[in-house]
Design a protein around this ligand. Structure first.
Ligand code: C2E
Ligand code: MG
Ligand code: MG
Ligand code: MG
Length: 286
């Protein structure tokens, strides 16, 4: 086809748009089915304390085991699920599955860890605290087993309402961390009002350490803010020993990244946790 006239351009354009919409609808229908068919799964990426190198927690990360496309990463369906509202059902499945897994690990006698679940802005409603508390009770879990990772986009909504929900969550002993910190729009004046436990330094800053002076300065500033506000601070996306030693010297509390471990299937995470807790194991972050 040659295009040429304006009419043709319009025709091409709407054809593209149709394809985009069809693709979206295909993913949406697929995801809806995936929820019922058991095609979603969680991987668990360990979080390590500095300097003793012990696994102190894990982040649950959702994947879609697609019958034709293989393992689909969340970046390819979470944004769409957020746009359509389907993320609420995905989030319910994730919380349920993470708690069932935590219960299994608890019964298997594994050392207590904190399991973090990512929560989208759209899930952060007045219904969330009740659902979290009910789910924890049903699985017989202490609230200290659970952490919710929220992003700055959550804080863009009615701030008093959001703080009210946060307070109800933290009052039961579940902790909150602020994910991808520094990439959104949260203002420092709000930050002091949030009952959060941990700030997460976004991977986009970790990646430039130590060569990029700006990334180093930003990482140091986030660590310093966290310390002043009495929050813990964790760096995500740690891939090199240089990044680790910089973060360690800067007073970062925890790290997560490929240097230590990729996100793992449940059984592999369980093995990593057992090995890490053996007394004779030399600790990598130490
Ligand atoms: P996030 O919460 O910031 O998660 C960190 C992402 O960085 C994960 O990607 C993780 O696999 C990846 N990562 C960790 N360490 C490294 C590293 O050293 N190098 C590199 N290159 N990457 C690293 P993933 O699993 O693809 O998840 C992407 C995003 O999708 C997450 O970002 C989160 O925003 C969202 N997501 C994942 N699972 C869920 C979920 O259950 N619910 C919701 N609402 N969002 C989720
Ligand atoms: Mg996260
Ligand atoms: Mg993150
Ligand atoms: Mg990130």
């Amino acid at each position: 086809k040659q295009g040429g006239s304006d009419g043709d351009h319009i025709a091409f354009y709407s054809q593209d748009m149709n394809q985009g919409m069809q693709e979206r609808m295909r993913i949406e229908t697929g995801l809806r089915n995936a929820l019922g068919n058991g095609e979603l799964m969680l991987h668990y990426q360990p979080k390590y304390s500095i300097p003793d190198g012990k696994i102190i927690g894990a982040e649950a990360l959702v994947r879609w085991r697609h019958p034709e496309r293989g393992l689909v990463p969340p970046s390819e369906f979470i944004p769409l699920a957020e746009a359509t509202g389907l993320v609420v059902q995905v989030g319910e499945w994730v919380l349920e599955t993470a708690c069932a897994q935590a219960q299994a690990w608890k019964h298997a006698g594994l050392p207590p860890i904190r399991l973090a679940v990512n929560v989208s802005a759209r899930e952060f409603t007045a219904a969330l605290p009740g659902r979290v508390s009910e789910t924890l009770k049903r699985y017989g879990l202490e609230p200290s087993w659970l952490e919710l990772e929220i992003t700055e986009s959550t804080l863009m909504n009615n701030i008093d309402r959001v703080i009210g929900i946060m307070d109800r969550i933290t009052a039961m002993g579940v902790t909150l961390s602020l994910d991808d910190f520094g990439t959104g729009y949260s203002s420092l004046s709000y930050l002091k009002r949030f009952p959060i436990d941990t700030l997460k330094i976004d991977r986009s800053f970790t990646i430039g350490i130590p060569a990029d002076v700006n990334d180093c300065a930003i990482a140091n500033t986030i660590i310093s803010i966290a310390q002043q506000l009495k929050h813990k601070v964790i760096a995500e996306g740690v891939e090199t020993a240089e990044q680790l030693s910089f973060l360690k010297n800067s007073g970062c509390d925890e790290v997560q990244g490929y240097l230590f471990s990729r996100p793992l299937e449940a059984e592999a995470f369980e093995r990593a946790l057992r090995e890490n807790w053996l007394p004779e194991t030399s600790s990598r972050a130490a």
